[in-house]
Structure formats: C-alpha cells, structure tokens
Design a binder for this molecule. Structure first.
Ligand code: NI
Length: 202
C-alpha cells in the first residue's frame, strides 16, 4: 500500500516539476508585448527581416536597429494628411521620453518608391524628427516588408499617373531591440499613449 502511495507521490512530483519547467520555458520564450490605451493586439509573427534602402541611399536590414526600439510607420511622403498626423504623433511621443528618447528610433517606410527616392525621404523625415529614418526600396522589396507587417497599400496610378493617391493602412509598430513586435498602435493613439507603452519597456 505504501509503495502505491509512494509511486503516486512520485508521479505527482514529476508532473508538478514538468509543469513548472514548461511554464518557465513559455515565460522565457513568449514575446514581450505591452498593452494599453491606443494599443491593438499584435497578430502573432508580425514583422521579420527586410532588405531596404536608407534615406542616405545605403542598403539596410533590420540589423541596423539592433539594440534599439523602433517605431515603424508605413506611408508615402506625398500623403496629404494621414502620414503627417501619424509621424507627428510618433515624434511627439518620443519627445515625451526625455533622455530615454535616445533608445528609440522613429522609422518611416515608404510604400511609394517611384516618388520616394532616398533624397526625397531624407528631406521629408527631417520635417518630423531629427532622429527619424526614412526607408525605401524596390517595389518588390517594399511588397515583401509590407506583407510581413500585414500592411495594406494600393497605388492609384490609374487615377493620375503623376499625382496619384495611395491608400494605406496607418498602424504604428513598436519593435523591440531584437526586432520582435512589442506593440501595435492605432492611428488615433496619442503621443501620451505611445510614451506610456514605451515607458513600460525602456
Ligand atoms: Ni499616408
């Protein structure tokens, strides 16, 4: 009888140990995401490696942001209002962080490479924040990175081949120092919402 109890006790102990080990492993491997005002639930696996061109005309990958947080926004510099609002919000959010603002890079990824040359982007991002980086690339490279971030965009060149409008989704993606998603902000998130989310991880 006591052997049966001893056996059962061992099974219980092993199960408890196994469960604890499993929970610890899950905790360590689960992505560090934050929630809060203006934040939507990030779809699993959003983001990923990319190859683009910087506003200095140099090839870049996600490795250029290693060790820093990045606030990433997709749009186009000829956008009449949506992009300027989003980029102003990002810049104001970063400026609320004081010294910690140095740990965060604002990134504007163009979905309109024909008009958004590196030079055009360099001038455009300077209007919003001194540390803002503009990225562009070939149509194929942009399509690939947009797909990884589930960004929707459509160039309406049929309406006007030169001054064409571009439809695009307008979320802001907070990427961690390991280029893993930390938070996705709605377009109506405030600078305070962005700063609050960053303060949780910085
Ligand atoms: Ni826009």
């Amino acid at each position: 009888m006591s052997r049966v109890i001893l056996g059962l006790a061992m099974v219980v102990a092993l199960l408890a140990f196994g469960t604890t080990a499993w929970i610890l492993t899950e905790r360590l491997t689960e992505p560090k995401t934050v929630s809060g005002e203006g934040v939507v639930v990030a779809p699993a696996g959003i983001g990923g490696p990319f190859k683009l061109t910087s506003d200095a005309g140099k090839p870049v990958t996600e490795e250029v942001f290693a060790g820093k947080y990045a606030l990433v926004y997709f749009g186009y510099s000829f956008c009449p209002d949506v992009c300027p609002t989003g980029l102003q919000t990002i810049a104001a959010g970063i400026d609320k962080l004081g010294e910690d603002s140095k740990k965060v890079v604002p990134v504007f990824v163009s979905v309109d490479p024909d008009r958004d040359t590196p030079d055009q982007l360099a001038q455009y991002v300077d209007l919003f924040h001194p540390s803002m980086v503009g990225l562009t690339g070939t149509a194929e490279e942009i399509k690939a990175v947009a797909k990884k971030f589930r960004v929707y965009y459509a160039l309406h060149k049929d309406k006007d081949p030169e001054n064409y409008p571009v439809d695009h989704s307008s979320f802001t993606y907070l990427m961690g120092p390991d280029w893993k998603i930390v938070a996705v902000f709605r377009h109506d998130a405030t600078p305070g919402n962005i700063a609050d989310a960053l303060k949780k991880v910085l």
